[in-house]
Design a binder for this molecule. Structure first.
Ligand SMILES: [Zn+2]
Length: 225
């Protein structure tokens, strides 16, 4: 009874839709923010999914193909729980240094790995390190992918401290922003309950990148934001 009461109270405070996953957030009407997690799936992704589920928050995961092959169950769960999935290459190279065919292979192997596991080919792609150029964007477009960068990067991999990661997210948060984090950094996962609590308190609806864009993915070959 007490737990139920607390749950209802926290939902009212957070402004989360009571109807659950099916309720659609309209980012033209409310303040939205997209949390994005790169480099997974990893050993801490399941714990992160637990937190997101508990808080009824959806995020976007940019996955590495070779990690998808190692942890297919986690990828299936990520999709089943309503999160958006994007391509973050197979082995995380700096793409502008590669030949055209090497870039296409990095992208395509990952598309294949994700499709094999989820039945769907991602429409979004994020270049490792944010290293990109017109050629990378064009080649991603040729694979039917848009490019999704970010408005704020937490540098969580360098901070490695929950309090500092939380502070970075709160500093970077802005309406319609896209925040870059890594579910491979344990301290990011550790900080997440507090981060979500504070962002909700500040009025943010935490959504996937497609929801941020009104329920669609950016067009292939286009870079966002
Ligand atoms: Zn990365």
């Amino acid at each position: 009874m007490l737990i139920q009461g607390l749950l209802v109270t926290s939902l009212v405070l957070s402004g989360a839709p009571a109807a659950g996953a099916k309720a659609r957030v309209d980012c033209a009407k409310v303040t939205c923010l997209a949390l994005t997690f790169d480099d997974g799936p990893g050993p801490r992704t399941g714990a992160l999914l637990d937190v997101l589920k508990r808080e009824r928050v959806h995020a976007t995961f940019f996955l590495m193909g070779k990690h998808v092959e190692q942890l297919p169950k986690v990828v299936r769960r990520t999709m089943a729980e309503g999160h958006a999935i994007g391509n973050h290459t197979y082995s995380h190279p700096s793409l502008p240094t590669l030949l055209d065919q090497e870039i296409i292979d990095e992208i395509r192997l990952t598309q294949d790995a994700i499709q094999e596991v989820t039945g769907r080919r991602p429409r979004m792609f994020r270049p490792p390190y944010g290293n990109t150029d017109d050629r990378v964007l064009r080649l991603a477009g040729s694979q039917d992918l848009s490019q999704v960068l970010w408005t704020g990067t937490t540098l969580d991999w360098k901070l490695r401290d929950p309090a500092r990661i939380k502070a970075a997210v709160l500093r970077l948060a802005k309406p319609n922003g896209v925040i870059l984090m890594h579910d491979t950094v344990p301290q990011t996962v550790q900080a997440m309950p507090e981060i979500l609590k504070e962002l909700k308190k500040r009025g943010y609806h935490l959504v996937t990148v497609p929801t941020l864009l009104g329920g669609r993915t950016p067009d292939a070959g286009v870079s966002f934001p």
